[in-house]
Ligand binder design. Structure first.
Ligand code: G4P
Length: 288
C-alpha cells in the first residue's frame, strides 16, 4: 500500500520544532506500543540527537504484553529511558516525572557545578497524531500537580506548561513524515488509525490485517469469527476468501446476497482498533 501524505501544517510544525528544540533539555517521545518503530518519527532522531531521550510506550493496554516487554528492552539498549503508559486510565503516568529527572541527571549536575540551582528541567513532548499525546498531557499534568501540590499553569505564552517547580513541558503539534520509506510503515499507521481513513482503501487495509493475523495471531480470527486458518496465508489475494467469510458470518450482504466486502472490512478494522480481536502487536523487536 502506498500512502503519501504531508499536509502543509505538518511542515510548519516541523519548522517550529527545529527552533524550539534549542530551548529544551529532554525530549519525551510518545509511541504506540502496538507499533513502536512505525509510530516513531525518524525526524525526531535528527532533531534531538544531543538531547536526553525518554520514550513512552503508550496504549500498552492494547498491545501484546510479551512484545511490549521486549520493545522496552530494545529501546533501553539504545540509551532511552522508557516507561509503559496507559494515558487513558493513568496507569504508569506518575512515574514519568522521576524518569525525566533521571534522564536529566547529568545536566542537573552540570548546572549545579555552575552554581545554577533548581532550574526546572525543560521537556519537549512529541508524538504522531492520535498516539495519545493530549490524553497523556492531561493525565500527566493532573498527576504531577497532585504530587507537588502546585497548580499547573501555562507560562511564557502558547505551548509551555509549567508542571511544577522542577519541570516545564513544551507541547508540539503531532506530525507525520513526508513519505514512508517502507510502505509497511504506512500500512501499520493506517491500521491503528493514525492516518485519516478517507485517504485509505479500507478493503486493501483489511486484507493486509488478515494476512498478518494469519501469520501471527490466527487464534484472533478463530475466537472472533470462528474462522480457522491452519497455515499462514501467502498474499493479499489469498486473504479475500477470509474477508468473504467474515462478511457472511456477520451478515454483511449486498442486495443480491453477495458478501459486502467493504462493510466487512470496516467491521474487521473496528474490531482490531477496539481490541475486540485481543491484544495485538503489529511489529516485533529484535535486539541488535
Ligand atoms: P493525540 O493528542 O496524540 O492526537 O491523541 P489523543 O490524546 O486525542 O488520543 C487519541 C485516542 O487514543 C483517544 O481515543 C484516546 O482516548 C486514546 N488513548 C490515548 N492514550 C491511550 C492509552 O494509553 N490507552 C488506550 N486504550 N487509549 C488511549 P478516542 O477514541 O479518539 O477518544 P475517546 O473515545 O477515548 O474519548
Amino acid at each position: 500500500m502506498q500512502i503519501q501524505w504531508y499536509p502543509g501544517h505538518m511542515a510548519k510544525a516541523k519548522r517550529m520544532m527545529q527552533d524550539d528544540i534549542k530551548l529544551i533539555d529532554v525530549v519525551i517521545e510518545l509511541v504506540d506500543a502496538r507499533i513502536p518503530l512505525s509510530s516513531k518519527n525518524p525526524d525526531i532522531d535528527k532533531l534531538a540527537n544531543n538531547k536526553s531521550r525518554v520514550l513512552l510506550l503508550n496504549k500498552y493496554d492494547m498491545a501484546d504484553s510479551r512484545y511490549t516487554k521486549e520493545w522496552k528492552e530494545y529501546f533501553e539498549a539504545k540509551g532511552y529511558f522508557t516507561a509503559l503508559v496507559n494515558s487513558k486510565s493513568g496507569n504508569g503516568v506518575k512515574q514519568v516525572q522521576d524518569i525525566v529527572q533521571k534522564a536529566c541527571e547529568e545536566k542537573i549536575a552540570r548546572d549545579r557545578r555552575k552554581g545554577i540551582l533548581n532550574r526546572p528541567v525543560r521537556a519537549m513532548i512529541v508524538g504522531i497524531p492520535n498516539v495519545g499525546k493530549s490524553t497523556f498531557i492531561n493525565s500527566f499534568v493532573g498527576k504531577a500537580s497532585t504530587k507537588t501540590g502546585n497548580k499547573p499553569g501555562v507560562t511564557k505564552g502558547k505551548q509551555w506548561i509549567r508542571i511544577n517547580k522542577s519541570m516545564e513541558l513544551l507541547d508540539t503539534p503531532g506530525i507525520l513524515w513526508p513519505k514512508f520509506e517502507d510502505s509497511s510503515v504506512g500500512t501499520r499507521l493506517a491500521l491503528i488509525g493514525s492516518i485519516n481513513d478517507t485517504i485509505i482503501n479500507g478493503t486493501d487495509l483489511s486484507l493486509e490485517l488478515i494476512l498478518f493475523l494469519s501469520k501471527h495471531y490466527p487464534e484472533a480470527l478463530k475466537n472472533r469469527y470462528e474462522i480457522e486458518i491452519t497455515d499462514p496465508l501467502e498474499n493479499l489475494k489469498s486473504a479475500v476468501p477470509v474477508l468473504e467469510k467474515i462478511a457472511l458470518k456477520r451478515s454483511c450482504l449486498l442486495k443480491g446476497g453477495e458478501p459486502d466486502l467493504d462493510r466487512a472490512a470496516n467491521l474487521l478494522l473496528e474490531d482490531f482498533r477496539s481490541t475486540r480481536l485481543g491484544n495485538i502487536t503489529l511489529e516485533f523487536p529484535f535486539l541488535e
